[in-house]
Design a protein around this ligand. Structure first.
Ligand code: FE2
Length: 428
């Protein structure tokens, strides 16, 4: 007896509709026809099924704090930092926990079952760390959360950062973070990268730094991050988040930098919604887009994921944690409208992000974990185009979230016409 049998699902790479059999939380068979009894059956009715969305760059400690203690009136990064400075001392462990838990339910509703969250450790009481470690444990049956020890006010710039970071790691935080472009000088930035990578290497941990989140073409900490990665033998275990300065760098320099990044197998995480709104703010016209060179990095064989970064917090007032909104923005900002590029944008919020987080058993093949999302559309292309309902969100073979289909109806010439936003002349 199977635990779950999904029928009539549209899988990427298959022309025929497929059935997916689940037992013991694992996918045990994928085939056009499966003859077996199952405790639960789901008829996907031709809808597209995918492995879950993964957000590899987020901040749970600030999420959903919109309006507390006030709204960011200018919408700028600087006012956002000011606001966070006002909000942080007012927050209790319970406040951090409640907002993060509420947010995680939004994630589940959107089919996001993997999340890497940075947590600010430049607070000597480490209240957010305490809260988010508890959230990670509470949510374990539903989603996989990784926490990054993030020295928001600078690793060398904030005097207690090292002590706090080591303490946060002892409390169970998974990944070593950093913010080299925010240190006092370029030299300090490079030194912070060296010290933080050494801590991670000594403890056998992954690294994920906010790196070069700047329009300054001379912000080149990614070079140090990549060379330290090679020196310490940490290839594939180090992520560079944002890397927006690469947008503005000289092409000749980038032609030397990208092979070094490939050699270090740096995991790149762009944050399209945030990059397009926060970068280029000092420009008049033309205004730079600010997002890193996604297309070129992918062409160089470097893994690129997209993160949401923020939802309704001091830096970004918008969002509902829909990773398809992120993929769509990445596609537009990066001008990635080609067929393979569109698929790459979908991968950036699914399998590429799973690789960045070093998940095992991710995918829809036999032997993978039975984590899946059935979307009210036919393909990854339409998922990005329509941002459709997550009809079923499945974790370990169990349905943990549902959204009903919403079909708009148009009344015209006394007729009711159902609208599915698919051209009737298109051969599916
Ligand atoms: Fe961030």
């Amino acid at each position: 007896m199977l635990d779950l049998l999904i029928e009539n699902a549209k899988l990427a790479g298959h022309t025929q509709l497929q059935m997916i059999a689940v037992k013991g939380g694992t996918i045990v068979e994928v085939a056009p026809t499966i003859e077996a009894e199952a405790q639960t059956k789901i008829d996907a009715d031709g809808s597209f099924i995918t492995a879950p969305f993964i957000d590899s760059h987020f901040h749970l400690d600030s999420a959903l704090s919109y309006g507390q203690p006030r709204i960011n009136q200018s919408g700028t990064l600087l006012e956002g930092i000011e606001l966070w400075g006002e909000l942080k001392p007012t927050q209790t462990v319970e406040d951090f926990y409640a907002r993060a838990m509420e947010f995680c339910l939004w994630s589940l509703a959107r089919g996001t079952l993997g999340l890497r969250s940075h947590v600010d450790i430049t607070d000597d009481k480490l209240l957010a760390v305490e809260a988010l470690v508890a959230v990670r444990e509470k949510m374990k049956p539903y989603m996989d959360i990784q926490l990054v020890a993030f020295p928001q006010d600078g690793f060398l710039r904030y005097e207690n950062s090292r002590t706090n970071l080591l303490k946060a790691l002892d409390m169970g935080v998974d990944v070593v973070g950093g913010i080299p472009h925010f240190e006092r000088t370029m030299t300090d930035g490079a030194e912070s990268v060296r010290q933080l990578c050494q801590i991670a290497a000594d403890k056998g941990l992954l690294v994920d730094m906010h790196c070069d989140e700047s329009d300054d073409a001379m912000s080149r900490h990614i070079e140090t991050l990549a060379s330290e990665t090679v020196r310490l033998g940490m290839q594939g275990r180090v992520a560079g988040s944002h890397l927006t300065s690469m947008h503005s760098m000289d092409n000749y320099y980038v032609s030397k930098l990208m092979p070094l990044m490939a050699e270090a197998d740096i995991q790149v995480i762009a944050n399209p919604l945030i990059n397009i709104t926060l970068q280029g703010r000092h420009d008049t016209y033309p205004k730079r887009r600010g997002m890193t060179r996604v297309k070129e990095l992918l062409e160089a064989g470097i893994n690129v994921a997209f993160g949401h970064d923020c939802v309704m917090d001091p830096w970004y007032s918008f969002g509902s944690h829909d990773m398809l909104e992120v993929a769509g923005m990445g596609l537009h900002v990066g001008q990635m409208t080609g067929v393979e590029q569109t698929q790459s944008c979908f991968d950036a919020v699914t399998k590429n992000a799973a690789q960045t987080m070093q998940f095992t058993g991710y995918g829809l093949e036999v032997g993978c974990k039975a984590d899946m999302v059935i979307l009210d559309c036919q393909s990854a292309f339409d998922a990005i185009r329509l941002r459709p309902a997550r009809l079923f969100v499945i974790r370990g073979g169990k349905v943990i979230a549902k959204t009903a289909k919403a079909t708009p109806q148009v009344l015209i010439d006394d007729n009711v016409v159902d609208i599915d936003f698919m051209p009737s002349g298109l051969n599916r």
